[in-house]
Design a binder for this molecule. Structure first.
Ligand code: APR
Length: 320
């Protein structure tokens, strides 16, 4: 059977890491597209030359031509600009919206059957715009945010509790921004919810609150350290987890920026929710119950995302 085809739109820091990870995991043949001449070609060649030592079989191609993504099973979009210190993800909106228009049109024309994962920020608004520009079915276009935010939360919790990250589960919902909602009640160590661990004296509420805030600021902390761009290893790994769930029909329960129409009291918008990802794309949105405080935080986050979508419509009236 022919290998699946993975198209990576954007060959920057995340795009290059995605290409390397997808090759090492032998998820398929990889085409890397970018508008910068030479960048995707150079990265593809470099990664192909890591194949003999790593021992993977994958055809790597770099291109500046959209026609080369034809027939892609998965497209992962990182085209656009990352933030610099002092910027919020929302500051990227104007520039990256234009990028989503050209990427959406490219996917619409050449890879309309692909499962599309958007990483470009501000995520919830960009995945919405990408879906609008591409015209693909909503369940085939999804944003990567919750897997990353939950991974950050899990990492911080594992350090606090001195236990393996594998035994820590975490749920982060809402928009991928300052208003994201880490749900402590639905996050566990070995199945024990975090509030119970506070009761058991494993940590204090103050320390847990600080970890929740550090999770919310997780991207900014890395931007502040790197100074020249934003995080790329963990964002790439998170998107690969989603791509693998689709390609291997794993039915993974992953928090993603998905189109929600009906669940959680929402009427047709993209925001971070628990989803089931399998061969059908986003096969289900899990309609979890929130308590009063969680609902208030989620509502605030939803409002922030709605504000960004309105800003997109104001910039590009074709979206209105
Ligand atoms: N079409 C295709 N590629 C584009 C376009 C476009 N219209 N505009 C820019 N690019 C490419 C750039 O040439 C660059 O190679 O997108 C790439 C972005 O790479 P980086 O600047 O290294 O950014 P990266 O760290 O990969 O982040 C990309 O993901 O997490 C988000 O906030 C982040 O929005 C940013 C995106």
């Amino acid at each position: 059977m022919a290998r699946p085809k993975i198209a990576l739109i954007g060959a920057g820091q995340i795009g290059g890491t995605l290409a390397h990870l997808a090759a090492i995991k032998e998820l398929g043949d990889i085409t890397v597209f970018d508008i910068a001449e030479g960048t995707p070609q150079g990265k593809a060649l470099d990664i192909a030359q890591s194949g003999p030592s790593e021992g993977f079989d994958a055809v790597m191609k770099g291109t500046n031509t959209y026609a080369d993504i034809a027939g892609a099973d998965v497209c992962i979009v990182t085209a656009g600009v990352p933030r610099k210190p002092g910027m919020s993800r929302d500051d990227l909106l104007g520039i990256n919206l234009k990028v989503m228009k050209s990427v959406g049109e490219g996917i619409k024309q050449h890879a309309p059957d692909a499962f599309v994962i958007c990483i470009t920020n501000p995520l919830d608004a960009m995945v919405w715009a990408l879906r609008e520009f591409s015209g693909l079915p909503h369940h085939k276009v999804v944003g990567m945010a919750g897997v990353l935010d939950s991974a950050r939360f899990r990492h911080f919790l594992s350090v606090e509790f001195e236990v393996s990250m594998r035994d820590v589960t975490a749920f982060v919902l809402g928009g991928h921004g300052d208003t994201m909602v880490p749900l402590t009640r639905y996050s566990t160590v070995g199945g024990v919810p975090l509030p119970d661990l506070v009761q058991m004296g494993w940590t204090t509420q103050e320390k847990l609150d600080a970890i929740v805030q550090r999770t919310r600021d997780g991207g900014a902390e890395i931007v502040g350290l790197l100074k020249t761009g934003s995080a790329f290893y963990a964002p790439a790994t998170s998107a690969i987890e989603m791509a693998e769930a689709y390609l291997k029909d794993q039915k993974r329960l992953l928090p993603c920026a998905a189109y929600v129409d009906g669940a959680l009291g929402l009427n047709g918008m993209y925001v971070g929710v628990p989803t089931v990802i399998g061969a059908g794309g986003v096969e289900r949105v899990v309609n979890i119950t929130l308590n009063k405080d969680e609902q208030a935080m989620f509502d605030k986050s939803v409002d922030a995302v709605k504000g960004l979508v309105e800003a997109c419509k104001a910039i590009d009236p074709s979206l209105a």
